[in-house]
Design a protein around this ligand. Structure first.
Ligand SMILES: [Zn+2]
Length: 379
């Protein structure tokens, strides 16, 4: 990998549109943005020119079943692992790996190994410890220790609530887990996010509303996901975000069924007055899309992919629901902030990680740089 790269593009969004068109990358980070940037003649620099492309902060997907999810229909329905190519070809530089329903045949140790494997291939990968279940499976036998000692662990998730596949956690159990994550994360200087899977149960967001109103836990510690799986849940999510100053994560379902697509859900939340900064998008990819009948009987299953994430995001810009600079927040800046990574990710600026996606005129990712290394696309 070259130590110095000079990237010349046609346009640049930091996420704000700026006049600069050159990015100087030094040892994986952005050294400078400018116009007609040059380095001393004898310095070894790799020049990449892409005048037809637009540089934006690379995307961050905070909910990826990197080891494969599923299994709700027996061992024949376990989903496959994701590859590094499937991540970076969508313009995504950073993923957070997550376990789901199955924490018996999949463990936090498998997840950590896969996260480290992706890192070895150049992708920036983190993980949540735990799974749907309470008590959560851990790496060290203790939630606080996982947060404090394992650098890749940035939180707990996806802990299932209001779902027939959850552990039906009591309110005091939820409170204890979130507190443990908070303190463990403090000891390591992390945000310590608690990423909650919302099912279609009638309690909806009520357990999180109680958590944030009855305890000292701040709203930025908690992120509910899949809030668009039902229209009623999305209504509840808009109210939750507005009354508690909280963030909500929308899942880019390929087939939203009784819920709303990511495109429709973001438009809905904005219409209800939820500030765009409090909304994030994630893919849930390589998770299962199981179908159950009204009695909870398993009917069949598909495997989620991350293509809908980018397609729905592109639609938000194309159909002028949001300008590009604001839409970028949904899959980069807002996500970095939610995860506590905002000092290094989610923006193109000097000192930030050189995680850069180059988009064509149709907003399709053409090149993805992670820490200055081109992992997708070629010149
Ligand atoms: Zn989930």
């Amino acid at each position: 990998m070259p130590l110095l790269t000079l990237l010349r593009v046609g346009r640049l969004y930091t996420p704000a549109p700026v006049d600069e068109t050159d990015i100087l990358i030094a040892d994986g980070r952005i050294a400078a943005l400018g116009r007609d940037l040059a380095v001393p003649e004898k310095w070894p620099v790799t020049l990449i020119e892409a005048p037809e492309l637009t540089a934006v902060p690379a995307f961050i997907d905070q909910h990826v079943h990197v080891t494969g999810g599923g299994g709700e229909g027996g061992c024949g329905t376990r989903c496959p692992e994701i590859t590094a190519h499937e991540i970076v070809s969508m313009g995504i530089a950073t993923v957070v790996g997550v376990l789901g329903t199955d924490s018996i045949s999949r463990t936090p140790a498998d997840l950590l190994a896969k996260v480290r494997g992706l890192r070895a291939e150049g992708v920036c990968a983190y993980m949540y410890t735990g799974a749907y279940r309470v008590p959560p499976p851990t790496l060290t036998g203790d939630l606080q220790r996982d947060l404090a000692w394992i650098p890749e662990v940035i939180g707990l998730g996806e802990l299932a609530i209001s779902d027939h596949r959850s552990s039906q956690p009591r309110q005091d159990e939820i409170e204890r887990l979130v507190s443990d994550v908070r303190v463990g994360a403090m000891l390591a200087g992390k945000r310590g996010i608690c990423h909650f899977h919302l099912g279609d149960g009638k309690r909806g967001l009520e357990p999180l509303r109680r958590l944030l109103t009855e305890t000292e836990i701040p709203a930025d510690q908690v992120i509910p996901t899949h809030v668009n799986r039902l229209r009623s849940l999305l209504e509840d999510a808009a109210n939750y975000a507005l009354t508690l100053d909280a963030c909500v994560d929308v899942t880019a379902f390929e087939d939203a069924g009784e819920g709303l697509s990511a495109f429709d859900a973001v438009a809905f939340l904005l219409e209800r007055g939820v500030p765009v900064e409090r909304i994030t998008l994630s893919s849930d990819c390589n998770g299962s899309l199981p179908e159950f009948d009204a009695k909870g009987e398993y009917l069949g299953m598909g495997v989620a992919r991350n293509t809908a994430l980018i397609a729905d995001w592109q639609r938000l810009v194309r159909e002028q629901v949001l300008p590009l600079e604001q839409a970028l927040g949904l899959i980069s800046g807002n996500v970095a902030r939610v995860l506590g990574l905002q000092a290094r990710k989610g923006r193109l600026a000097a000192g930030f990680d050189a995680d850069i996606t180059l988009l064509d005129g149709e907003l399709r990712p053409q090149m993805t740089f992670v820490a200055g290394r081109c992992l997708y696309g070629a010149r």
